[in-house]
Design a binder for this molecule. Structure first.
Ligand SMILES: [Zn+2]
Length: 198
């Protein structure tokens, strides 16, 4: 199997096919992620090595090229065994879904909020409950704060068990946490997404 096929296999996991929430005009569903899977398998979305990825970023999505970028050193074997890496590439697939949905009226911050929710739902759903403690203890760090706010939403709305429609006030703290992360700093609250995120 290739890295591409391994990403497709993430999107076929039962945990992923059950995802069902919406926010900011975006519907993130297992069915939608299944469309991303089809697009990957038919090379309408291509998986390519991305040498320009910032260290530790793990993945990127380019909406102009319809490409998921992966670290050039990523192997299928590593992706098969790393829940963390799988969650990062699922995050990129969420951006791909927003792009497929042509959700140009969604803000960058809401697009990222949805992607982080999917990323953290995956890790919790795959048994990484320790992330709750880790995120709580690391709220003082940019990534810890994003994870903490995302997990609070997942738990409050029981997103792993049920569907939910999230109103802005339910995820505004997550948007703020994203906005304060160095990667996204300077992103205006109203800037619209081209679904071209990392
Ligand atoms: Zn992102």
């Amino acid at each position: 199997m290739s890295v591409r096929d391994e990403i497709a296999s993430i999107l076929a996991e039962p945990l992923v096919t059950r995802i069902n929430f919406s926010l900011g005009g975006l519907a993130i569903t297992g069915a939608g992620l299944g469309r991303v899977r089809n697009a990957i398998l038919h090379d309408r979305i291509r998986v390519v090595p991305d040498p320009s990825l910032p260290a530790g970023a793990g993945g990127s999505y380019n909406a102009t090229q319809n490409q998921i970028g992966v670290e050039p050193s990523l192997t299928q074997q590593h992706l098969a065994s790393s829940i963390q890496m799988r969650s990062v590439l699922l995050h990129e697939c969420s951006h791909a879904l927003v792009d497929l949905s042509r959700a140009a009226a969604t803000t960058i911050l809401s697009d990222e909020a949805a992607a982080y929710l999917v990323q953290l739902m995956y890790r919790l759903g795959r048994g990484q409950s320790w992330l709750r403690t880790w995120a709580s203890q690391n709220q003082g760090t940019p990534t810890g704060r994003i994870f903490h706010e995302a997990i609070r939403i997942i738990d409050r709305f029981a997103l792993l068990q049920s569907c939910a429609i999230l109103q802005l006030q339910a995820y505004s703290a997550l948007r703020q946490a994203i906005q304060q992360h160095p990667v996204y700093r300077g992103t205006s609250s109203t800037a619209l997404t081209r679904a071209d995120g990392i």
